[in-house]
Design a protein around this ligand. Sequence first.
Ligand code: GDD
Length: 353
Amino acid sequence: MNQEKTKTALISGIAGQDGSYLAELLLNKGYDVHGIIRWDSVFLTERIDHLYKDPHIHGVRLHLHYGDMTDTGSIERLIKEIKPDEIYHLAAMSHVRVSFDMPEYTCNTDALGTLRILEAIKNSGLPIKFYMAASSEMFGSSPPPQNEKTPFHPRSPYACAKVFSYHITRLYREAYNIFACNGILFNHEGTRRGPTFVTRKITRGVASIKAGLDEKLYMGNLEAKRDWGLTQEYVVVMHLMLQQEKADDYVIATGESHSVKEFLEKAFNYAGLGDWQKYVETDPRYFRPAEAENLVGDISKAKEKLNWQPKIKFDELIKIMIDADFRKLKLTPPGEGDKILKEKFSDKWWKVD
Ligand code: GDD
């Protein structure tokens, strides 16, 4: 284990894609990690089950707490009790399409949730460092490439809520001297990505068609362009931001822009299925009333100030995700993705799915 000074972190949204990897990273660095999970009548903790240990065992370093971004009391109580050194605020209703169906819930959770945490930090008087998961969606229809100086033009209720969160985080930094950073992350994907986001929907769909379980894949806007990276690399930079001397905001991306259509083409080819057009149909239900058409990040600032840049780009990401989804269906993966992970990350701190 790579021991740093023992610190305590609190992660909102620990059971999500980013939260699960971040928890793994911080535990590996010797942190005590507390995570907030939402209550449900079924367990929603599949992504962190491999990290969880019975709390009755001595020396357990992962602690889970029920809480909710809409519940001020639970947020204040947890911060008071845990007294974290660092808070990583990842909890959100993160599906852009769904935010059009549930705009009020989305803004309550994603915008006011951030304010509730910041108020609790301010009122605690503790020197807590705060990471806010902002989003490339905030740029919306602003022309690419987008960087920290690009004006926001949000195109969904989700994006509007994130713009509020971005500004309230900056304001609390300036007004109350809280060490608060916005990570403006572009799309980040991987084998723990939820199945309704486009990359995972495609890689799962491809594996399912290959296994003979499905015949078609129904998709929305194929022309939209995104900048897709690997999540593990992006959670590393969340931690890095809070270790700097000064709190600041950073764009995190790969710098490459590709369309959903290109993703389909490469994924079907890599899986040995040939022409994607034989399998894909569009369904209006997956289109959005307004769309961010072309998002691609300019990471000059992160490169210079954080010395960060990603190893995994578009082609490699697809191979990594397809290999994993093949394995999940007991298919033999083509194997290039597994090889890439092995070659590029000699000391993996995460569980490979
Ligand atoms: N989900 C989905 N399903 N998207 C589709 C589909 C489909 O069937 N067909 C086409 N798309 C297009 C969407 O219209 C969008 O332009 C693009 O694929 C990516 O969609 P998502 O994967 O749902 O991600 P997103 O870009 O809207 O938002 C994600 O990335 C943001 C930036 O990091 C989410 O993770 C956000 O929470 C995050 O902030």
